[in-house]
Design a protein around this ligand. Structure first.
Ligand SMILES: *Cc1c(COP(=O)(O)O)cnc(C)c1O
Length: 446
């Protein structure tokens, strides 16, 4: 085996961050641009499964998976082995110069595992943002239309076009304009904050979106409707039931390309291979990245062959897109997901988390909402007593405590008041329980 096994147990031997991490953090200030932040500046020595080990010898419980990337666990031995074998044969040729089988194999696999049994094609890229950009290029080229419809609370990346597609100004857009044009934003079906109540959210939000698209843009001018089936950075917002199917139906009826951005929700994260499957929605195009290759950089657009093949030869590509080591890693990661039924494991993780977090919410009025699917679960903190205003101070306090106890935890949400949990799907029940106990302690101490 290519890696040494890391004990799947939390171990705290210094304060967090420890002295070596603090020293490195100081060195970093002189070398790394301030614009790049780190949620928890403990510097990593190694990682495996659900444990991140730092340079001070602390072993932390991972409830972040490097932002939904290491779904199969960190440094999964099969991923390491297959990528290493590939690296020893060749590191790069550029698929646009001399192609190789791994790229083709990954595209075949994506065409097979994505929703729908229609004929598909795929293209491989480096990042989620690049995948989203390419999906929009393909939709525009195939339809001859320009407008792109996106939603409130959406996150699609940090490049110029994807900043325009992203909803939140700070920190993603502030000072970085001008932004790309022909982007139109619609209200999101956000059940927890829907004015007439969560049960009306899906159908009413769909009606509003259809109305606004029709009146403000004209359906005949819309190239694509782009949406995360469960919003990630926006706070794990699962749209009210019916919203996604109605949007997809509206797109079908009007020749609009329905793009599901599954960069965060893909690869078994939500308890299905893709989150669209929960409501039986089959997107025309689907963008993937994060969980695709066990931690190596890879992204893809997969979709209807007629749309994907509409782009002229040479119109799509990129120097590193579908790097051979990343392709080898993706094939190993996919095998790990399918052979161990990690989608089933994600559902079990979700059941455990929802049960304990709902019990916690019963005790603490400031937990306004517990939501999510599979191993993508969040709590939204509010002032309490019927006041839904965001409790960002409480979020900061909970995060500080959890981090000090060696639990890697992330926040999210337009108002910064959501705590999100994204453990690797291979995390053991003991680590999962221990992580949740630390979170419970944090609330008890508030
Ligand atoms: C992270 C993310 C992106 C951007 O991916 P990068 O690899 O960071 O460019 C796009 N869409 C969604 C839904 C994401 O979560």
């Amino acid at each position: 085996m290519a890696t040494t096994e890391i004990a799947q147990a939390r171990r705290i031997v210094t304060e967090i961050p420890g002295p070596k991490s603090r020293a490195l953090q100081e060195r970093r200030q002189q070398a790394v641009a301030q614009g790049v932040g780190s949620v928890l500046p403990v510097y990593v020595q190694r990682a495996g499964g659900g444990i991140v080990e730092d340079i001070d010898g602390n072993a932390l419980i991972d409830f972040g998976s490097g932002i939904a990337v290491t779904n199969v666990g960190n440094a999964d031995p099969r991923v390491v082995e297959r990528a290493t074998e590939q690296l020893s044969r060749f590191t790069h040729t550029c698929f646009m110069v001399n192609p190789y089988e791994g790229y083709v194999e990954v595209c075949e696999a994506l065409n097979r595992v994505t929703p729908g049994d229609h004929e598909k094609r795929s293209i491989l890229l480096n990042s989620g943002a690049e995948a989203v950009e390419n999906a929009v290029k393909i939709a525009r080229s195939a339809t001859g239309r320009q407008a792109v419809v996106v939603f409130d609370h959406a996150y699609h990346g940090r490049t110029n076009l994807t900043m325009a597609l992203t909803a939140k100004n700070m920190p993603y857009k502030q000072g970085f304009g001008p932004f790309a044009g022909e982007v139109y934003r619609m209200p999101m079906a956000y059940p927890f904050r829907w004015p007439t109540g969560p049960e009306n959210c899906g159908p009413e939000a769909a009606q509003q979106a259809v109305d606004q698209i029709t009146k403000q843009i004209g359906a005949q001018n819309v190239a694509a409707v782009l949406i995360e089936p469960i919003q990630g950075e926006g706070g794990f917002i699962e749209p009210g039931p019916g919203f996604l199917p109605e949007l997809a139906e509206f797109c079908r009826a009007n020749g609009i390309v329905f793009i599901a951005d599954e960069v965060q929700t893909g690869f078994a994260r939500t308890g299905q291979m893709f989150a669209c499957e929960h409501e039986g929605v089959v997107p025309d195009l689907i963008t993937t990245a994060k969980g695709i290759a066990g931690g190596l950089p890879l992204a893809a657009v997969t979709g209807r062959a007629d749309l994907m093949d509409a782009v002229h030869a040479g119109g799509l590509g990129g120097t590193y897109g579908g790097n051979p080591a990343a392709c080898a890693a993706a094939l190993a990661a996919l095998e790990a997901i399918e052979s161990a039924d990690l989608a089933g494991r994600a559902r079990a993780i979700g059941a455990t988390m929802l049960e304990r977090l709902r019990a916690l919410a019963d005790k603490h009025d400031i937990i306004g909402d517990v939501r999510g699917r599979g191993a993508m679960i969040a709590i939204e903190l509010v002032k309490g007593g019927g006041d839904l205003s965001p409790a960002t101070d409480a979020v900061a306090e909970v995060m500080r405590y959890c981090h000090s106890q060696g639990l890697v935890l992330l926040t999210a949400g337009t108002y910064g008041n959501v705590i999100r949990m994204l453990p690797p799907l291979v995390i053991g029940d003991d680590l999962l329980d221990e992580g949740l106990s630390i979170l419970e302690e944090a609330f008890a101490r508030l």
